[in-house]
Design a protein around this ligand. Structure first.
Ligand code: SF4
Length: 324
């Protein structure tokens, strides 16, 4: 081993594999720092908790702008939903790669396991991501290192390859044993990226088809029911008080609501001429009688007098009833 202590930064979602990878490197003498990425589609909270447990330095990196660009045209395509995993992952690692010279890190690491995910963690994808990110062999996967070609920090003796692991496949017994032996807790489920969720992905596709994708619209469709309106507009309508509060907070002051009684709040994205249709949906979901007239406010300065639509007119507009 080299006398100098190696310095590494890890892409860390806070899941079991990342916890094991970070702890393993720390135990074998690497100076470990962690970074968790955030965007409208995934949050940094689990990463922060995991880093606190490990007692390691941690930072959040907002990659919203980068991810918006990738979603518009992912060079490596989408996974089974709207998840551009190869390019998203490569972008994360490229961001960390820029920190190597800037902050004196020797390499980047991840908790990836060879063969754990058939599309994004097969041998070909691991090599491809290393190349696309620009990291090349400054990218170490400690959990599967013994099954992969030695990378630069191993060859230079900064990390002792014999102390790394040779885990592959979907089973998680070795990682669970590692964590239990050290009294480490870990979240039961995966990272919770909305881009892998079928219902959210359908909503997102409607936004993109209407050229309405933005950080704000991506956040808005996390709440309530989503409707495809005439002219490519999209309406988002709260199902309960919690949804209404979230939508109003994201509405920039321009949400629709009944003038004279409680009911759902709604936000219009796109063509303003679709507002009366969304106003009708607000009245419908307030359970007003079909065919009656309702007054719906839009922001501070607009009011729509609308006829409450029939169920048969409402259902075709609903994009997806699956919850994100
Ligand atoms: S699951 Fe989501 S956050 Fe993870 S690589 Fe895929 S798109 Fe990116």
């Amino acid at each position: 081993m080299a006398e100098r202590r190696a310095r590494a930064i890890g892409a860390f979602s806070g899941g079991l594999d990342g916890i094991v990878a970070a702890r393993l490197l720390a135990e074998i003498g690497v100076d470990v720092s962690l970074a968790t990425f955030s965007s409208p589609f995934f949050q940094a909270g689990p990463g922060r908790l995991g880093a606190e447990q490990l007692g390691l330095p941690w930072r959040e990196i907002d990659m919203t702008a980068v991810l918006m660009g990738i979603l518009a045209d992912p060079p490596s395509g989408f996974g089974s939903n709207m998840n551009p995993c190869i390019d998203c992952h490569a972008a994360m690692l490229a961001i960390l790669g820029r920190l190597l010279p800037a902050e004196g890190f020797d390499f980047v690491f991840t908790g990836e396991v060879l063969g754990q995910r058939p599309m994004s963690q097969n041998r070909h994808s691991l090599v491809r991501v290393a190349r696309l990110s620009g990291l090349g062999d400054r990218l170490l996967r400690p959990l599967s290192a013994k099954l992969l070609e030695p990378v630069l920090p191993e060859r230079e003796g900064l990390v002792d390859r014999s102390l790394l692991l040779g885990i592959s496949g979907r089973g998680r017994s070795p990682q669970i044993s590692f964590a239990r032996e050290r009294g480490l807790s870990y979240p039961q489920s995966g990272g919770g990226c909305l881009l892998t969720d079928p219902g959210y992905s359908r909503r997102l596709r409607v936004l993109m088809d209407g050229e309405l994708l933005s950080p704000r619209s991506a956040r808005l469709i996390r709440f309530g029911r989503v409707f495809a309106l005439p002219g490519g507009a999209v309406g988002v309508l709260g199902r309960d008080e919690a949804d209404n509060n979230e939508l109003e907070a994201l509405s920039e002051g321009r949400f629709l609501r009944l003038r004279d009684r409680p009911g759902p709040s709604a936000v219009l994205l796109g063509d303003p001429s679709a507002a009366p249709v969304l106003a009708g949906l607000v009245a419908f979901h307030a359970k007003l009688p079909t065919g009656s007239t309702a007054l719906v406010l839009e922001g501070e300065d607009a009011e729509h007098a609308v006829t409450v639509p029939a169920p048969g007119d409402v259902r075709p507009l609903l994009v997806c009833i699956e919850e994100p």
